[in-house]
Design a protein around this ligand. Sequence first.
Ligand SMILES: *Cc1c(COP(=O)(O)O)cnc(C)c1O
Length: 367
Amino acid sequence: MPIPLTDLKKQFETIQQEIDAAVKEVLQETKFILGPQVKLLEEEIARYFGTKLAVGAASGTDALVLSLLAAGITNGDEVITTPFTFIATTEAICRAGAKPVFCDIDYETYNIDADKIEAKITKRTKAILPVHLYGLPCEMDKILSLAKKHNLKVIEDCAQAFGSEYREKKVGSLGDAACLSFFPGKTLGCYGDGGMVITNDERIAKTVKTLCNHGSTVKYHYLMHGFNSRMDTLQAAILRVKLKHIDKWIDARIDNAACYNRMLGDNHGVLAPEVPDYTRHSFNYYTVRLKKNRDLVQEHLKKNGIASAIYYPLCLHLQEIYKDLDYHPGDFPIAEKAQDEVLSLPMYPELTGEQIEEITGVIENAL
Ligand SMILES: *Cc1c(COP(=O)(O)O)cnc(C)c1O
């Protein structure tokens, strides 16, 4: 049997009745735009993260754009972030009118190297945008104290880190604001696009809420240049069902990661992910490092019906779209090494020990 990267169908089968009932309720109520489920989900998400507020958006990317704008990021500002992330991170910075300034990553965690950030700060720097890649929290103590010292905003990209914890606190509750993504493949995914901004800052929440609804708080009266970026009521209803199961699902991901670690064990060619003991890694992705033969292993997995992925094969500073930023190969050697060596293996709560054994067996054979 082929093994996918994530098995949304298998998960759906376990919650089908609850989903059917939730969807039916929305269809009967017909409040498709900003229906009651959106507000209820916002309250439940804020409670889950321990933040004061949460505001739904149409996607994780929009949630990032909205939180940057609401935090006051504007034309000509600089935002420091990692070159080893999904394009949405820097796309959002550019959409807010600002310029992404890249900082190399840490070899072991694949996250922005907090010790290298200060050297990137200029007069124009307005914010740091840490991305908790794969679900592993960034070094938030260092990032927050730098931000305080230089009076910068911190906007967390939690798109891959739903439920991850840093020193017993949920990531997303640590900076000025954070974006969540409910893209189907994310740890908490809906059945389409969806996102959310979470924050303790009432002004940010209020601005996001206004921006995402055409810059309006009173119908047909406009206060700012806004967007149409509201969360769908249907997606909110689906997410409310899934949120009830999320901790059990994250625990299953963590168990599966431990199972992978054990089975990869002494396989010299494959380095398992590092997880500092003061973090809870929620394993949106289980990513190993192969210093040699990464592509060969991926080919071999594919031949055996096992999906895998490279997040991400080309760092953002080397992308065509950013050629005007004038970066060059060699600028961020640790990130560039990672792009050539990482491989994400199938990871989802319903993955079984036998499947993990099969996957690690195929990797062993390939090597
Ligand atoms: C998925 C993702 C996003 C964007 O989320 P969408 O909901 O797909 O718009 C942003 N940042 C990172 C790191 C992501 O993985």
